[in-house]
Design a protein around this ligand. Sequence first.
Ligand code: ATP
Ligand code: MG
Length: 244
Amino acid sequence: MKKASALIASHVSKSFQLDKSKAVSVLKDISLTARYGEFISILGVSGSGKSTLLKCISSLLEPTSGDVMINDVAPYKLNNRKLAKLRQENISFIFQSYNLVPALPVIENIALPLHLSHKKVNKQEIRDLLRQMKFQADMNSFVNTLSGGEQQKVAIARAILSDSQLIFADEPTGALDSTSREVIFDLLRDMANRGKCVFMVTHDIELASYTDRALVLKDGNIYKELQAPSAQDLYQALEIDKHN
Ligand SMILES: Nc1ncnc2c1ncn2[C@@H]1O[C@H](COP(=O)(O)OP(=O)(O)OP(=O)(O)O)[C@@H](O)[C@H]1O
Ligand SMILES: [Mg+2]
């Protein structure tokens, strides 16, 4: 049987009401489709709407208008219980300062989705993965005592081990040193190669050039969509002069 599209967004718009008379329009009529096995990067200057788009397409933030389908299900039409189930079974979020439980140790944070779906927790596997990610802190430390980059790694380890079909990452390498940056990127690349659908918001043009498709946002629209983008294409699309 043919697998469903991983994600379909149709005419998604998002505006925020600032006060009674003032609203700001952040996303304007965005449509996109993503397949399993695809690694998609989202780029654009600060404030162009990248994080808002990622939230809207990943079931976290209901668009003002338009439709989103994740794995053939419309998340914003579900009740809370079904929405939680959809997320638990299909989706991993790698958002800094978003989805870790501060009062739980690293290992428990990583194992949480496994516990929730009654899967076996293999501590050695967690230990090996953290070592591969060059995670320096103790596995038993509480996540609120970790640095931003270490917290990022905990979120990524959790996404990898929970085996979700869709992964949404907002600047997953933003807080990392250059070695960790490459290790984490390779893990995300590998997840896409193994058939997951991975979205990554990034300011990192070099890394984006190793994704399958880049969406460049400008003023709330997809300004450019590039298949197998080269770094050169991306610099051009972002109107950045490399030599500056
Ligand atoms: N809850 C909100 N209420 C009002 N305005 C918002 C809200 N969330 C985002 N915005 C506005 O929407 C615009 C886009 O924000 P967003 O966080 O999506 O940008 P971004 O492209 O992710 O930027 P960055 O690269 O700095 O992370 C910004 O102007 C921001 O102020
Ligand atoms: Mg952002």
